[in-house]
Design a protein around this ligand. Structure first.
Ligand code: SF4
Length: 426
């Protein structure tokens, strides 16, 4: 009891940073006079789009299947390509809709094959400065997988102290279509649609270069859960983009009340940005912890629908010198995770301008990893990828200042590995 009151007093005495910044979410609207793209839509939205142009309800099931195949299996860019769709309907579709993707503002390719795209979404109004929100998505090829890191929001309301993106305001949530479109753009660029030649530098199987998705780009996915659930459903539809849900990982900073719903409705793999083993420290690193402390978060993990040794939860742990990297921290981590099928990603931190943290020494990281490993957990130390394409990032950053993606920060700061390697089960 005495300890508890001491902790409370200490927590109250500390200067408190805000848990969340005020969001500036603006409802997503279509700019008048602009045709809507069908790319990224769910089956239900495609059906509605067909009804809106006068297709009879009884025909919609078959028509949705045709569109679904052309958009998500073939990667069609023109309605004219749809050889099994009648001339009249093709003309109606082309009249009302497009198959446009987000604009690729820039693409950078690293020597190690990592690719980074700056994407501009279709404009949705004044809050986008009438030119469309910009986000980044990153593709990381590996020996046995190709992982795409996608964003779920433009900006982030949370204020994690080690995260550069946390210093930016939230512009808005991304729609389901905008989330799915990131995968479509990646498949375009990699030649990863049926009938296309795979690019030389992609990883994974031929024709399946993107094998894994991680929701580790900009934003907190569980604050945009409806869109994320629908996006996972489109991405994992076996008649379309056909990714396995076991290879789709959603990472959260700990929005406890939404975790169960993510498991029940998206059935995706879960990753937790943990980073600390004590509430006082996690309150500082991930301020959302003040709302949902570690014990509650780990309870939600224990009860995550479908969690098992075959579907382990990934815990991300950024290594901060003298902050969270002691032997005692490592042992406490092992104790905390007892009973949770888990793997732990240790992420070396690279300071960014203005950040108050330093990366732990390599010997320290090794020692930490060894303690966790000896306790029976996989504890790989993640090396950042795509370092050689970072120089130009600084330029991109100034151009797209307020909308820069967490993915860029992740790569710049070496943090990014957390998402990139949390890519679901093999
Ligand atoms: S770590 Fe994630 S949740 Fe925290 S501020 Fe950065 S983007 Fe937002």
């Amino acid at each position: 009891m005495a300890t508890a009151s001491f902790d409370t007093a200490r927590r109250e005495a500390r200067p408190v940073s805000p848990i969340e910044k005020a969001p500036e979410v603006t409802a997503l609207a279509t700019v008048p006079g602009r045709k809507r793209s069908l790319v990224g839509l769910t089956r239900a939205d495609l059906k509605q789009a067909l009804i809106d142009i006068g297709v009879a309800e009884r025909e919609t099931r078959m028509r949705v299947s045709q569109l679904w195949h052309w958009i998500y299996v073939r990667g069609a860019r023109e309605f004219a390509e749809m050889t099994n769709v009648g001339k009249v309907l093709k003309a109606q579709l082309a009249d009302a809709y497009t198959l446009e993707r987000p604009e690729v503002v820039s693409e950078q390719v690293s020597r190690d094959g990592t690719r980074k795209w700056l994407l501009r979404m279709a404009p949705t109004g004044a809050h986008d400065h009438n030119r469309g929100a910009e986000i980044e998505c990153v593709y990381i090829p590996g020996d046995d997988r190709g992982t795409l890191c996608v964003s779920s929001q433009v900006g982030c309301t949370l204020t994690c102290s080690f995260c550069h993106t946390g210093t930016q305001r939230l512009v808005r949530n991304l729609s389901t279509a905008e989330i799915v479109s990131q995968l479509v753009v990646a498949r375009d660029a990699l030649g990863d649609f049926a009938g296309q030649m795979p690019s030389k530098d992609g990883g994974g199987e031929v024709g399946r270069l993107v094998t894994n998705i991680v929701f580790m780009g900009m934003g907190e996915p569980l604050y945009n859960l409806d869109a994320v659930i629908d996006a996972v459903s489109v991405m994992s539809d076996q008649e379309g983009l056909a990714l396995s849900r076991r290879r789709i990982t959603v990472s959260t900073s700990g929005v406890v009340p939404q975790i169960e719903r993510l498991g029940l409705e998206a059935n995706a793999m879960l990753a937790i940005s943990l980073h600390a083993v004590r509430d006082d420290l996690r309150d500082e690193l991930v301020p959302l912890n003040r709302k949902y402390p570690i014990a509650q978060l780990l309870d939600a993990c224990r009860n995550y629908p479908g969690v098992s040794n075959a579907r382990r939860i990934t815990f991300e742990y950024v290594m901060l010198k003298g902050v969270n990297d002691s032997d005692a921290d490592a042992r406490a981590l092992v104790r905390l995770l007892k009973g949770i099928p888990a793997k732990i990603n240790l992420i070396p931190f690279n300071p960014w301008p203005g950040s108050k943290y330093e990366c732990s020494d390599w010997e320290r990281i090794d020692r930490f990893s060894e303690i966790v490993f000896n306790a029976g957990y996989a504890s790989p130390v993640r090396t950042p990828r795509g370092r050689d394409i970072l120089a130009a990032c600084g330029q991109l950053k100034s151009e797209t200042e307020k909308m820069r993606a967490r993915a860029r920060m992740l790569m710049e700061e070496g943090l990014g590995a957390e998402g990139f390697y949390a890519g679901g089960e093999d």
